[in-house]
Ligand binder design. Structure first.
Ligand SMILES: [Zn+2]
Length: 248
């Protein structure tokens, strides 16, 4: 099973076109948050309409898993935390979104919402607890923010990841965590698109300008990952716990 992972498309419609085309040759597509862009000239309500159409089209080509990111929360919950309720509309088009899960060949993918405060963070904790009780060989998390204190959350000056996620990774030991959020991590010295936290492989696709997003292809049979961006192409063998990414 070959899985495409992108994140932080930020309303780059050319990149969404690219994903739609790429989906035809893949078994699964993951978009790990930040579909919308807070800094865009287009208001976010209008962005949601366009993005939902894209998601539906991509989902006709391949199973599609989409998590929310910090740019995607257009509404507020009772605790005044931003939430991406609009994304739930994508379910009508067959897209799996925040709170959903998808399983194939013993690999369980769980999609986590962006948490914006203690109430939405508790929802993440409850989802983790619920999903952990399922039966699976391998657990994969789609989770917009990368774990703190890892190469995939390095800004070039400091780590800016999710500290709660670090604890959850140690507690539940998922096989893989698919993230974005810190756009520059893979492009900075001492940063990367892949790292390990305990026994877990963690990823950050990075964000780039232009018509193609930076992307990761996971081969879940061979247990390899390849990252392609304007900076080149790298691969890693996930069977080897001490492996480092190699130029490909
Ligand atoms: Zn982003």
């Amino acid at each position: 099973m070959k899985c495409l992972v992108v994140a932080d498309l930020h309303y780059a419609l050319k990149q969404l076109d690219w994903v739609q085309l790429a989906a035809e040759k893949l078994d699964l597509v993951v978009i790990a948050g930040d579909l919308l862009d807070l800094a865009s000239m287009v208001d976010r309500e209008a962005q949601t309409v366009v993005v939902l159409k894209y998601l539906e089209r991509i989902a006709r080509k391949a199973p599609l898993l989409v998590s929310s990111g910090n740019h995607d929360g257009t509404e507020r919950n009772t605790a005044d935390e931003a939430i991406a309720r609009w994304l739930e509309e994508a379910r009508e088009g067959g897209v799996l979104v925040d709170g959903d899960s998808w399983e194939r060949d013993g690999t369980l993918f769980t999609i986590f919402p962006w948490w914006d405060g203690p109430v939405s963070r508790e929802e993440v904790a409850q989802l983790l607890d619920k999903e952990s009780k399922k039966t699976f060989k391998k657990w994969v998390w789609v989770y917009h923010a990368p774990p703190d204190n890892s190469r995939v959350s390095w800004t070039g000056k400091k780590h800016a990841g999710d500290t709660f996620l670090v604890d959850w990774i140690h507690q539940y030991k998922p096989a893989l965590v698919l993230s974005g959020h810190i756009h520059q991590s893979p492009f900075r010295e001492n940063g990367s698109w892949v790292d390990r936290v305990g026994e877990t492989w963690v990823f950050n696709t990075g964000r780039q300008i232009g018509p193609e997003p930076a992307f990761i292809i996971l081969d879940l049979e061979k247990n390899t990952a390849a990252w392609t961006s304007l900076a080149g192409r790298e691969m890693i063998d996930l069977n080897d716990i001490s492996a480092q990414p190699q130029e490909a």
